[in-house]
Design a protein around this ligand. Structure first.
Ligand code: FE2
Length: 332
C-alpha cells in the first residue's frame, strides 16, 4: 500500500500544490467537486507515483473520472483497489464476480436513487469506492455526487455548531416501500431480503473529521434513521435541513456514463445518487470498495456499532467495517 498525502490540520483543506506525473492531467468538471483524470491506465500494476497522484486527486476533488478503462476485468479492478487500501466485501450482499465486486444492476434492485454514502450502517464504512461501467443505457442512468465537506462549510455558523454536537443512528433496515413507492416485483423483494439479512445499527457523529485531509464532513444520507436524543419529528426536521445543503446543485457533479468509465470517490467526503431514468434498459456497473476508518467526531468521540454484536465476515474475505473496529461499543 502506498503512503497517502496526509495533513494534520483539523479544519483546513489540503492546499499543497501537487505536481502530477508527466502525462497525467487532472481537469475539474465542477466548481466544488469532480475532475477527469487523463493519462492513466488503471490496473494492479500501476506505479507508486501514479497511484499517489490518483489518491491526491481523489482527496482534492472528491470524485474523479477515468474514460476508456475497458481493459479492466474483475481481477484487475480489485488489484487496482488493493493499491488504494484493503478491498472489502459488502457486509450482506454477495459478490457478483471476483472476490469483492458488488453488482450495481438495475435488474436486481440496484437502483440507488436515494442520496447516500456507501455502507454507513457499519462503523468503519469504506474510504473509497471504485465503480466501473460495463453496460450503460442509451440514455439516462447518470450518477450524481455531492461534496459533504463543502456542504458543511457553507452551513450558517449556528447550524455548523449544532451539527458538530449531533450524533445519528444509521441502519440498512430502512423502509424500502416508503422510499420506493413504485417498486414492485420478486427481484426487488429478494434484494431487500439479502440486503437486510443482518440488520445493522451504527451511531456516527453527524460531523466527522476526515482522517487524511482534516476537513469536517457531514455524515448523513439515506441510511441515517434518527438523530440521537431527539423525538422523531424534530430529528426528521433537522436531518432534512442539513441534507438539503448536501443536495444543493452547487455542491454536486453529474456524470454521464460510457462503457469503460471508472469513477472513484472519497466515500468519507461525498454522497451519491444513481438517477433511475433509463427505463428498462440494461445498466450494469461493478463496485469495489476499500476499507475505511472508524469515524471520529469533532469532540473526539468515535462511531459505535449498536447492533449486532459485531460485523460478521462474509463467506470470503473481510466485510466492510469489520477489519478495523467492527465490535459493538462497550456498554457505557
Ligand atoms: Fe452507492
Amino acid at each position: 500500500m502506498t503512503s497517502a498525502p496526509t495533513q494534520t490540520t483539523q479544519t483546513t483543506q489540503t492546499t499543497t500544490p501537487t505536481t502530477y506525473p508527466e502525462g497525467v492531467t487532472v481537469r475539474k468538471v465542477g466548481g466544488r467537486i469532480g475532475a477527469v483524470v487523463e493519462g492513466v491506465r488503471l490496473g494492479g500494476d500501476l506505479d507508486e507515483v501514479t497511484v499517489a497522484a490518483v489518491r491526491t486527486a481523489i482527496l482534492r476533488h472528491k470524485v474523479v473520472f477515468f474514460r476508456g478503462q475497458e481493459h479492466l476485468d474483475p481481477t484487475s479492478h480489485e488489484a487496482f483497489a488493493g493499491l488504494l487500501g484493503t478491498p472489502v466485501a459488502h457486509p450482506t450482499v454477495p459478490s457478483v464476480d471476483g472476490r469483492y465486486a458488488l453488482g450495481i444492476d438495475n435488474e436486481r434492485g440496484g437502483r440507488a436513487n436515494q442520496w447516500h454514502t456507501d455502507v454507513t450502517f457499519v462503523p468503519a464504512y469504506p474510504a473509497f469506492s471504485i465503480l466501473r461501467a460495463e453496460v450503460v443505457p442509451p440514455y439516462g442512468g447518470n450518477t450524481l455526487w455531492s461534496n459533504t465537506a463543502a456542504a458543511y462549510t457553507e452551513l450558517p455558523e449556528p447550524l455548523r455548531v449544532l451539527a458538530d454536537s449531533l450524533r445519528g443512528v444509521h441502519t440498512n433496515d430502512y423502509d424500502y416501500a416508503a422510499v420506493r413507492p413504485g417498486a414492485t416485483g420478486a427481484a426487488l423483494e429478494q434484494h431487500r431480503k439479502v440486503f437486510t439479512s443482518v440488520k445493522f445499527q451504527t451511531e456516527h457523529p453527524v460531523v466527522r473529521v476526515h482522517p487524511e485531509t482534516g476537513e469536517r464532513t457531514l455524515v448523513l444520507g439515506n441510511f441515517l434513521q434518527k438523530l440521537t436524543g431527539f423525538a422523531a419529528r424534530d430529528s426528521r426536521g433537522l436531518i432534512d435541513i442539513l441534507q438539503s445543503h448536501v443536495e444543493r446543485p452547487e455542491n454536486t457533479v453529474r456524470w454521464q456514463w460510457r462503457a469503460g468509465d471508472v469513477a472513484i470517490w472519497d466515500n468519507r467526503a461525498t454522497q451519491h445518487y444513481g438517477v433511475d431514468d433509463s427505463d428498462a434498459h440494461e445498466r450494469t456497473l461493478r463496485r469495489v470498495t476499500v476499507d475505511g476508518e472508524v469515524p471520529v467526531g469533532v469532540d473526539g468521540e468515535t462511531s459505535r456499532l449498536l447492533a449486532p454484536e459485531s460485523v460478521p465476515d462474509p463467506v470470503h474475505g473481510i466485510a466492510s467495517g469489520a477489519s478495523t473496529n467492527g465490535r459493538v461499543a462497550e456498554a457505557a
